[in-house]
Structure formats: structure tokens, C-alpha cells
Design a protein around this ligand. Structure first.
Ligand SMILES: [Zn+2]
Length: 419
């Protein structure tokens, strides 16, 4: 299961861009380049605009307007790359923008938000703290910094940032919900014991047996190595935060039903018990943690652009075999005409809309469909498809372009090797 906020992207998208052409004598060459830059900028040609503004900047080093225009153009280029989910590339123009106009907090905030989207939490904190030092009171920066502290498991610091934003703007979109969620978790996790391995930081109840704690860390490190290898050396940013809950605490903290095995919402959260109070056995624990870790890796590859059935189907495929009870369920529901269309299984908020029985079917279908693709086309082509998804677009068209298969064929073919 994966539940992730998309608001970080929204905050990065609302930075105001304004261009100016003041401060030159008529006929000045710097002014001409600046005007050409503005024309290119207004036509949406940011790389070209940057070239002109750079020429203008070379001729008029201390002209603040030109510096600002150049900075804006770099920011807009970054924003365009980010919209195409090319976040890694979007970092460079922002670093340039910060160098050109070091007193401007806007590119720092934008960069901080991109680092957060890439789960580079430490980098995000560094940039956002700097933005706030330059200009305290910018609400987007405080809100994002609160989120970064939260992801870093520093809840007291997150609270300070979010309290401030909510005081200034009580109806700030979505913040109250995130705030309440964080502090509901905090009240449950208060007094938890922390442990860590090379790539994970784990919190769990104080009375967790030490053998279980070390089994959990071993299972996580194994997933890190095995899954990353299966996904072509995708190693997500670390440390990855993991919270393990005692009996009853998982649903108390997450407000999820007992039928949910675990979630990844930026942190991996999993119960230690089976819902009846008994500790999960080692294999089941490892299966759940591996499933959630696959979500961490998927997010590193394609952000939030992966449709539900591929996201969950891959997590299932890489964490457990397709079982005969899933096969039986699929055959039975197919005969009854009850299967979901794969289009219906693309929606991210599926979990909330379905009964436990229908959700079970949705998982089985996703599992069978992805396993069919993974086994038939191999990891290299499957990954190529995931990377294409990251660029955005319609899922079935991407499937057809990259693997040459459409939804109707896939939904037939997935029954061929069904156990
Ligand atoms: Zn999942």
C-alpha cells in the first residue's frame, strides 16, 4: 500500500515570476539582449532566454534587473523540467539561479521542494533553512521545512514550523490534516525505541524483543540490496524511516483498517502483530517490509506517476509468489464478469473506495498483470516502461509503445500461467 502527498509539487509550482526591462539607456547592447531574453521567455523558450540574459549579464554585471531576469529564467526552466518529472535535471538550473541571485529565497525554496520530492531530506532541510534565514516568514518555505523535519523524524521541530504557518494562515490548504496526522502518530510513537542499520532508521515499541528488531533490520537491508538489484541499481536516498507498531497501534496511528498489511507514506509503517495480538512470523514480516520497500524504490524511479495497479502489482511480484488462491479468485471473478478493467485500477485513491473483498481482487489482478509483464518482457524492458511513465502520459499508450501490449490482451494473457 502506498499513500503519498502531492502537495509538495503544488507548493513549488506557485512561485511568482515577473520580468522587468528597466534601467538601460536606449540602444544599449545589454538592453537589446535583455529584450530578446524577455521575448524568448514570454514565448516559453527558457533555454534561449537564458542565453540572452547571460549575454546581457556579461555586459552589465551589476544590473539587478538582468540578474533577476536570468534567475527567473533558470527557475522557469527548472519548473518545466520538474513538470516532466525530470527532477534530477531540474536541480542544475536552480543551483545556477542561487549563484546569480544569492539574496533571493525563491530558487532555494523551489530547490528544497524538489529535494523533498526526490526524498533527499537532508539536502531539502539545508536549502529551506537557508531560504528562511534570507527571508523569514515565507509560508511556503516554513511549510516545506516542517515537512522535511517531519520526514527526518524530528517532530518537535516540524511542529514549530507548522504552528507558525497555521497561526499566519489557519485555513492553509491541507496543512491541518497533515499536522493532525503527524501528531496522532507522535502520541502513539512516543517513547518508541530507535534503532538503525546502514540504510534504515527504525522506531518500534520499547518491549519489542531484540531478536525481532534485528530480524527487521536484516530484512530491510536484504530488501535494499535485492530489490535495488532487480530494479537496475535503483538505490533510493537514505536513511529510510521505518515505524513498527505494537498491537492495535498501527490502526490508531494511521487510521487504517486491520486488513491493511503495511503502508508507505514517505515512511514505511507496519504492524508487528497480526491483528489478533500475536507477533508476525519472520517470513510474513519480511514479505510486508519488502513490499513496502519496493514502493520506496518505485518512487525513486518515477515519483508519483505510476498508476495503482503497476505500483501495487510490482510490489507484490517482487515480494511474493502468485498464489493458487489468487488464481482461483481471479478465475471465479472472471467467470462472473466481475474483474476490474485495468483503466479502473489506475486511480491512486482506490483503497478508500473499495470493500476489503474488492480490494483483495484489485491486488490479485494487479499482481497477475504485472507478473505477466515482468516474466514475459524482463526487468530491463519493464524498467524502461516505468521510466516512460515517469515522463507522464496515458498508461495504456505507454504500455503499447514500450512493450507492444494493450490492456485487453494483457487481461487475457495473465490467465495463461495462472497458478
Ligand atoms: Zn502496496
Amino acid at each position: 500500500m502506498r499513500v503519498l502527498p502531492t502537495w509538495v509539487a503544488r507548493l513549488a509550482g506557485c512561485l511568482a515570476i515577473a520580468l522587468g526591462s528597466a534601467g538601460f539607456a536606449t540602444g544599449d547592447q545589454a538592453s537589446e539582449y535583455n529584450d530578446m531574453g524577455i521575448a524568448a521567455y514570454n514565448a516559453g523558450h527558457f533555454t534561449e532566454a537564458i542565453r540572452y540574459f547571460e549575454k546581457s549579464h556579461e555586459l552589465a554585471r551589476d544590473n539587478a534587473t538582468v540578474r533577476h531576469n536570468l534567475c527567473n529564467a533558470e527557475q522557469s526552466l527548472a519548473s518545466e523540467l520538474a513538470k516532466a518529472n525530470r527532477l534530477t535535471e531540474a536541480v542544475e538550473p536552480l543551483k545556477t539561479a542561487i549563484g546569480i541571485e544569492p539574496e533571493n529565497p525563491a530558487p532555494l525554496i523551489q530547490l528544497g521542494s524538489y529535494y523533498l520530492q526526490m526524498d533527499e531530506v537532508q539536502q531539502a532541510i539545508f536549502r529551506l533553512e537557508e531560504a528562511i534565514e534570507l527571508k523569514p516568514g515565507e509560508l511556503a518555505a516554513h511549510e516545506l521545512l516542517g515537512e522535511a523535519y517531519y520526514r527526518d523524524n524530528d517532530l518537535p521541530s516540524a511542529r514549530v514550523q507548522w504552528d507558525y504557518v497555521l497561526k499566519m494562515e489557519p485555513s492553509r490548504k491541507g496543512l491541518k490534516e497533515r499536522y493532525d496526522k503527524a501528531f496522532r502518530e507522535e502520541s502513539v510513537e512516543n517513547g518508541y525505541r530507535r534503532g538503525e542499520s546502514r540504510h534504515f532508521k527504525v522506531s518500534c515499541p520499547k518491549d519489542t524483543p531484540s531478536l525481532l528488531r534485528s530480524q527487521v533490520l536484516t530484512a530491510l537491508e536484504r530488501a535494499y540490496l535485492n530489490i535495488s538489484r532487480k530494479l537496475d541499481g535503483t538505490f533510493p536516498p537514505t536513511p529510510i524511516q521505518v515505524v513498527l507498531y505494537g498491537d492495535g497501534q498501527f490502526s490508531e496511528a494511521t487510521q487504517m483498517g486491520e486488513n491493511i498489511a503495511a503502508i508507505f507514506d514517505g515512511k514505511i509503517r507496519a504492524p508487528l502483530t497480526d491483528g489478533k495480538g500475536a507477533l508476525l512470523n519472520e517470513l510474513e514480516m519480511e514479505r510486508r517490509l519488502t513490499h513496502e520497500y519496493v514502493h520506496v524504490a518505485e518512487r525513486a524511479i518515477a515519483g508519483d506517476k505510476i498508476p495503482w495497479w503497476i505500483n501495487e502489482g510490482l510490489a507484490q511480484t517482487l515480494s511474493q509468489d502468485l498464489e493458487s488462491n489468487e488464481g482461483a479468485l481471479l478465475r471465479q471473478e472472471k467467470a462472473a464478469g466481475n474483474l476490474f478493467s485495468l483503466t479502473a485500477l489506475e486511480a491512486h485513491q482506490l483503497k478508500a473506495a473499495l470493500t476489503p473483498e474488492r480490494l483483495n481482487l484489485a491486488y490479485a489482478e494487479s499482481h497477475a498483470a504485472v507478473k505477466t509483464l515482468w516474466d514475459r518482457y524482463g526487468q530491463r524492458r519493464f524498467l524502461q516502461m516505468l521510466r516512460a511513465l515517469a515522463q507522464g502520459g496515458q498508461t495504456e499508450a505507454i504500455l503499447r509503445d514500450n512493450l507492444g501490449i494493450d490492456y485487453a490482451t494483457l487481461q487475457e494473457d495473465m490467465f495463461i500461467n495462472l497458478p
